[in-house]
Design a protein around this ligand. Structure first.
Ligand SMILES: Nc1ncnc2c1ncn2[C@@H]1O[C@H](COP(=O)(O)OP(=O)(O)OP(=O)(O)O)[C@@H](O)[C@H]1O
Length: 620
């Protein structure tokens, strides 16, 4: 729903820009509103003086009269021309400051949650997407709405000045009629604009589809497939259909919103203004001086011109606040997501560490998922259902299971991006939720399945594993060597300091496997800066067979006794783990060493044989 007219709401954002631009806009807009009135008065006096010059002739006094009024009229005109762009520039400064604060606000809200729960709620993600879209691609921004609201001041001052001049110099009723006609014009303009904006907002889905197809056509992600699968024709047709589905109703709404009211109001306006001018014409000479006549005529025409659409204000205050409302909706939705229980599982009493002493001990016995149940927001079925799982200290535990079994969810619970609905994850008996979050996370080195590819140098990409030690260049180099990526980085045109993004000047593009080794190096760097727990979610999925073999040959040296969780669909990777857990139905279905699990002839043995058979090795 588009609010009818929001200058007052938009003005409430003005303090975000600071007092400087606000004061400047008040002064400039008042001047821009007053100067046309000064012009009308001076030019009317100039015209009114003509008979005087004709009577008295060209002498010093008539010359002064004419020249002074001419200078004032021209000066007012020129000054207005000069001040209007200055007003617009200050308005833009105000808008940028306000929008900057709102973008910071949105980022703070998006990054402000310690866990991922709100960002998995569909209402929250929808609100976030709308807020980002409105701020980045919205027709007008909240800052522009505020600047537009200030610009309205100039129009109001001008309107009041004209109506007052007509009321005082000619007839009070004429001033009132003129004021009312302008308000009527403006009301019709605003209603039309609001209806049009509402019609556009209702077609948001259609517009998004056009945006999506446009992006699909020009961004590199789908480029190869579009060409190889011959999707260009399909894309053109879809884009055409999407444009029609969006623009046909938009155009219809525009015609309907503007044309009817426009003709009606114009008719009323013409009659009313005609009445004023006719009254003026009928005034007995002498009742109004010639100067007064010119002044009233000019003021009437000037006022009528103010009934138009204001390009510096109208669209801004009608739709500009949508982005503001979207940011607010996002914050409200985030706040609505209920807090999750921090601890559960009555079997072990948590030892609450001294919060002042934010040290998290290294695992002695291990990490235990103690009867952990977890479901994602909006999902009825539990991904993990009273899961009992132990990750022994200093050992490598591999977790296997079908797609969607919940392996990556275990990683998120371990990283405290989510918290269990029931049960607890415990480190040597203490609920990990009892530790300060930052202190706990400093103990983890994680490679997520969809690890981040930062568009910065390879050196920084690796250093982000322990950002507090990012200046440790030799440590970063050692981690790159351990992950087998150092030589590749040396061969890059800009070396390890080249930005890893082709669209940046001097940037380079890495292959999928090279990126994976960067992520590995990041985790190794974290390990070497004191993380005793290593989590690897599909760490070798993009590595070639040789690199994978090398990775595991050097694994013990690489991880150096860390408590390791390894998630993989590759049994060549999994079989090397100290302990293997098969996850099914949200619980541990089988566990043991590779040899033990094969001997059990259960699910693991079945899955292993199936995969081994494809590579021609039927025996373990
Ligand atoms: N953010 C989310 N919101 C809602 N459901 C989710 C979310 N993330 C995962 N799920 C669901 O939770 C289940 C477990 O997902 P998870 O990613 O943990 O599986 P996985 O075992 O790692 O799968 P894969 O082997 O395919 O990587 C899946 O059914 C998935 O659809």
């Amino acid at each position: 729903m588009i609010r009818q007219w929001t200058p007052a709401r938009a003005l409430r954002l003005a303090p975000l820009a600071g007092p400087g631009p606000v004061t400047a806009l008040l002064v400039l807009n008042t001047a821009v509103g007053v100067l046309p009135i000064v012009f009308v008065v001076a030019s009317s006096r100039l015209l009114g003086a003509v008979p005087q010059v004709a009577d008295a002739g060209w002498n010093a006094s008539t010359q002064r009269l004419l020249v002074t009024n001419f200078a004032v009229a021209v000066g007012a005109l020129l000054l207005r021309e000069a001040l209007t762009p200055l007003r617009d520039a200050v308005g833009e400064l105000l808008a940028r400051r306000i929008d900057g604060v709102l973008i910071d606000d949105l980022m703070a809200a998006a990054l402000g949650t310690d866990d991922l729960v709100p960002l998995t709620d569909p209402r929250v993600t929808d609100a976030l997407r709308t807020a980002v879209r409105e701020l980045e691609e919205g027709v007008r921004s909240p800052g522009q709405a505020a600047a537009g609201a200030f610009a309205l001041l100039a129009r109001v001052v001008e309107w009041l000045g004209y109506c007052l001049a007509v009321a005082v110099l000619f007839a009070w009723w004429a001033g009132l009629v003129l004021g009312a006609v302008v308000l009527l014009f403006r009301r019709a303009q605003r209603r039309g604009l609001r209806r049009y904006a509402e019609a556009r907002a209702a077609l948001d889905g259609a517009e998004r589809r056009v945006d999506y197809l446009r992006r699909l056509s020009v961004e590199p992600g789908a480029g190869p497939e579009i060409r190889v699968f011959g999707l260009r024709g399909w894309l053109w047709d879809e884009l055409g259909a999407a444009y029609r589905a969006w623009l046909t109703p938009v155009w219809a709404a525009r015609r309907k919103a503007y044309l009817g009211p426009f003709y009606l109001v114009t008719a009323v306006g013409v009659v009313a203004v005609g009445g004023v001018l006719a009254g003026l014409g009928a005034t007995a000479s002498g009742a109004l001086s010639l100067t007064g006549f010119f002044l009233v005529t000019q003021a009437t025409l000037g006022a009528v011109r103010l009934g138009e659409f204001y390009p510096e204000t109208d669209l801004q205050v009608t739709v500009g606040m949508r982005a503001y409302d979207a940011v607010r909706r996002f914050r409200t939705e985030v706040a609505k997501v209920p807090d999750r229980p921090r601890t559960g599982g009555a079997t072990v009493t948590p030892r609450i560490p001294d919060p002042a002493q934010s040290r998290v001990p290294d695992p002695r016995d291990g990490i235990h998922f103690d009867q952990v149940t977890f479901r994602y927001p909006g999902r009825r079925e539990a991904v993990l259902d009273r899961l009992d799982l132990t990750l022994a200290a200093g050992q490598c535990t591999a977790i296997v299971g079908a797609n969607g079994a919940g392996k990556s969810t275990i990683v998120k619970l371990l990283a405290r991006l989510h918290a269990p609905d029931q049960g607890a994850v415990r480190l040597d008996g203490t609920d990990i939720a009892d530790y300060p979050l930052d202190a706990w996370r400093r103990k983890l080195a994680v490679i997520f399945q969809d690890f981040a590819r930062y568009e910065v140098s390879a050196t920084d990409n690796i250093g982000f594993g322990a950002v507090r030690a990012i200046d440790d260049q030799s440590g970063i180099r050692a981690a790159a060597e351990a992950a087998g990526i150092a030589a590749d980085l040396d061969r890059l045109p800009g070396g390890p300091d080249a930005p890893l993004a082709r669209h940046i000047g001097g940037g380079v593009q890495l292959s999928g496997g090279q990126w994976q080794r960067i992520a590995l190096a990041r985790a190794v760097f974290a390990l070497r800066h004191g993380c005793p727990i290593l989590v690897l979610d599909e760490p070798t999925a993009s590595l070639d067979v040789r690199s994978e073999a090398r990775f595991f040959d050097e694994f013990t040296d690489l991880v150096g006794g860390a408590t390791t969780v390894l998630i993989s669909h590759r049994f060549s990777t999994v079989r090397r783990a100290d302990h293997i857990v098969v996850l099914d139905g949200g619980r541990v279905a089988e566990q043991g060493s590779h040899a033990q699990l094969l001997a059990q002839q259960g699910r693991y043995a079945g899955m292993f044989r199936l995969q081994a058979a494809r590579f021609g090795q039927v025996r373990a």
